[in-house]
Write a protein that binds this ligand. Structure first.
Ligand code: MYA
Length: 628
């Protein structure tokens, strides 16, 4: 290893090679500098992009509730489950396309509209972990109701909790907490979906400087027809303090329907989550007092992103509840249905399905409570993990619903079975709160920015390698070992004191995946420079690998805790962890190879061409096999 390190160090002294590498790095750093992440972070997700297994957020599995909090939570959870089992009727809500009035009143009485509002402002004051447990129960029973509650508090008034002044909080939160006022989050517009910063809705300061005048319209607003309080994002002209130039920047506002000029369209007809209200919302010369700016003039884009980052864990928890429901339905059937003289659960084909459903649920549940705990612990960087969780849980829940229907066969296809509604409800979760496609790019690009910042240090050192021989040699040796397909041994989760020895093979697989991942990211940055931003098919493979690796560490951590504490389910958890890690390691390896290889680059290019052809022809290109 030492010899190869010397070889590369001397290669780096070669000015031509150095100049080429420097130029590539300069390009990639120019890109990565446009995104904002903290310099040194404790986030596992971010550090993964540097090939590091940062353990602080993930090992041991975080436990954040004290005994009193656990007791309170158990009580709320029992009440919530009882309410959903005895009073809420998900099928009725679905048919009515509205949450039944009694259910709405019951939810208000439960305190479900103010779960995280501080108790002195009439809410339940729950932590993120406590909130996760309750929305998990909601997600297991009625995703439509979940959206009414989530659009209200997970995004509708979350901005007031995160960024509100004390006056804004005391003015708005008490009525929102008890459900007297309903809230909605207004970002999306007809021409602005994933490209959130391109919104057209505008707010201009009045001549007397006391109000903003808001004009524009928003679409697909959950609770749009019910809400009294809206968090609205609009362009406002903002003067740059340094240059004196005035430019449009997004600003967030708290808007009351009672200000006048706020109207909404009829409820949208949707595929699923039908009982939640979705409507267009129009703003016509709405006078917003200046004190209703949220998070500062021009700071609205960050407000929007932070609200979404902070809300996503709730979706992960809710969907983990949905997965549990689907598994339950499949198990009830597989345990009793007899075909070919045997219970169908004894057939390998069904066992494979049930085990994959159980594993995906175990991963999603572990992610949900890892992220909520990290948030409760006060860690600031969890945006990559929250995006990973949202993708994993929404796709995992879809898988579980689909496989549950498959196991139930014809019965699963019938409305009375209940999964048909769940499947319709689930479809939107891969689309809203950031489509899974945009979140995959977000994960890869945010991580690469962080990795790029690290490369910048090496870049600096390489300008004068003799004076920085330590940094350059260690980097060079790492690169040389990776080039030869070896492991630098920098990541060794299997030796971490929290990882149980039964899981050491799984931990080794995770460690290797982390190292390979870091090496691939480095090579991609060097290979593509700033052009990596446009390589979406490559970025998707990187993201896919990151999702699998975060899944691996989440279950390694949780299963280790169960083994260390000798929980009764420890053996099952250990098996789920081992199977997941072994399957995930293979996928990671494949995805990383796909991201780097020139052969696959050619396939990506061919896929682009095929897509362009289809677009050019306005549909499929080839002649019909019958020739007419
Ligand atoms: S609500 C609508 C959802 N809409 C979206 O999610 C929009 C998706 N688009 C985006 O997120 C952004 O536009 C993307 C960036 C990511 C594409 N965290 O140049 P940039 C910073 C922190 O990359 P863009 C709904 O669906 C960035 O670092 N910061 O930006 C209803 C940079 O900073 P600086 C971030 O290319 C659902 C700056 O911003 C983030 O324009 C109802 C510009 O960056 C981030 N994430 O776009 C659900 N991203 O300038 C109900 C960017 O300093 C809830 N930045 O370098 C259900 C709850 C579940 C159930 C609960 C039951 C109770």
């Amino acid at each position: 290893m030492f010899r190869s390190s010397l070889r590369v160090t001397s290669a780096l002294k070669n000015t031509k090679v150095r100049a080429q590498i420097l130029q590539k790095w300069q390009e990639c750093l120019a890109v990565t500098q446009t995104r904002n992440v903290s310099e040194e972070s404790k986030s596992f997700g971010l550090n993964l992009f540097r090939g590091q297994g940062q353990a602080e957020q993930v090992f041991p599995f975080p436990e954040v509730l004290n005994e009193e909090q656990k007791e309170n939570l158990q009580m709320f959870a029992d009440q919530t489950a009882k309410f959903f089992e005895e009073q809420n009727d998900a099928s009725k809500n679905d048919l009515l396309e509205k949450v039944d009035d009694d259910t709405m009143e019951g939810l208000k009485a439960l305190g479900a509209f103010g779960l995280q509002v501080p108790t002195d402002l009439d809410g339940l004051g729950l932590t993120n972990t406590q909130y996760a447990r309750l929305v998990e129960i909601v997600g297991a029973h009625d995703l439509g109701v979940g959206i009414v509650l989530g659009a209200h508090q997970s995004i509708g008034f979350k901005g007031i909790i995160l960024f509100g002044t004390p006056e804004q909080k005391s003015k708005y939160l008490p009525k929102l907490a008890v459900g007297e006022n309903i809230a909605a989050f207004c970002l999306t517009e007809p021409a602005s979906g994933s490209d959130a910063s391109s919104i057209k809705t505008r707010a201009v300061l009045s001549d007397d400087g006391k109000h903003y005048i808001l004009n524009g319209s928003k679409i697909w607003i959950s609770n749009g027809g019910l809400a009294e309080i809206f968090t609205v994002f609009a362009q406002t002209p903002v003067k740059d303090a340094k240059t004196g130039e005035t430019k449009d920047k997004v600003t967030a506002f708290i808007v009351e329907r009672s200000f006048g000029g706020v109207t909404n369209g009829p409820p949208e007809k949707k595929m699923g989550i039908k009982c939640s209200n979705t409507a267009e919302v129009y703003f016509e010369d709405v006078k917003i007092p200046v004190e209703n700016v949220l998070g500062g003039e021009g700071g609205g884009f960050k407000v929007a992103m932070n609200i979404l980052n902070n809300g996503r864990f709730g979706m992960v928890a809710a969907l983990s509840g949905t997965m549990k429901y689907c598994i339950q339905k499949a198990v009830d059937h597989a345990a009793t249905r007899v075909q070919f003289g045997s219970h169908i659960h004894s057939f390998g084909a069904i066992q494979e399905k049930l085990s994959q459903m159980a594993i995906k649920h175990y991963v999603a549940e572990s992610m949900a409570y890892m992220i909520s705990a990290n948030m409760d612990q006060g860690f600031k960087d969890f945006q990559i993990e929250a995006a990973i969780g949202k993708i994993y849980a929404s796709e995992g829940a879809w898988f579980c619903a689909d496989e549950a229907i498959q196991i139930l066969g014809g019965m699963g296809f019938m409305r009375d079975c209940g999964i048909e509604r769940v499947m319709r409800d689930l479809r939107i979760f891969r689309i809203f709160e950031g489509t899974n496609d945009i979140l995959r790019l977000f994960i890869a690009l945010t991580g690469m920015q962080y990795a790029g910042a690290h490369l910048k240090e090496v870049q600096k050192a390489m300008k004068n390698p003799m004076a920085n021989i330590g940094t350059v040699a260690s980097f060079a040796s790492k690169m040389a070992v990776r080039k030869m397909g070896g492991s630098t041994g920098n990541v060794s989760l299997h030796t971490h004191p929290s990882v149980h020895s039964d899981l050491s093979t799984a931990a080794k697989e995770a460690s290797k995946s982390i190292e390979d991942f870091g090496g691939t990211v480095e090579q991609l940055l060097i290979k593509y420079g700033k052009k990596i931003m446009n390589e979406q098919m490559v970025l998707n493979r990187v993201s896919e690998a990151a999702i699998d690796i975060y899944g691996m560490v989440s279950v390694l951590s949780r299963a280790s805790r169960s083994l260390n504490n000798q929980y009764s389910s420890a053996a099952s958890e250990s098996a789920m962890c081992q199977v997941f890690c072994s399957q995930a390691a293979v996928r990671v390896d494949t995805n990383l190879k796909l991201a780097l290889s020139d052969k696959d680059k050619k396939i990506f290019q061919q896929m682009s061409t095929i897509s362009e052809d289809v677009i050019k022809h306005g549909g499929t290109v080839q002649e019909h096999p019958l020739g007419f």
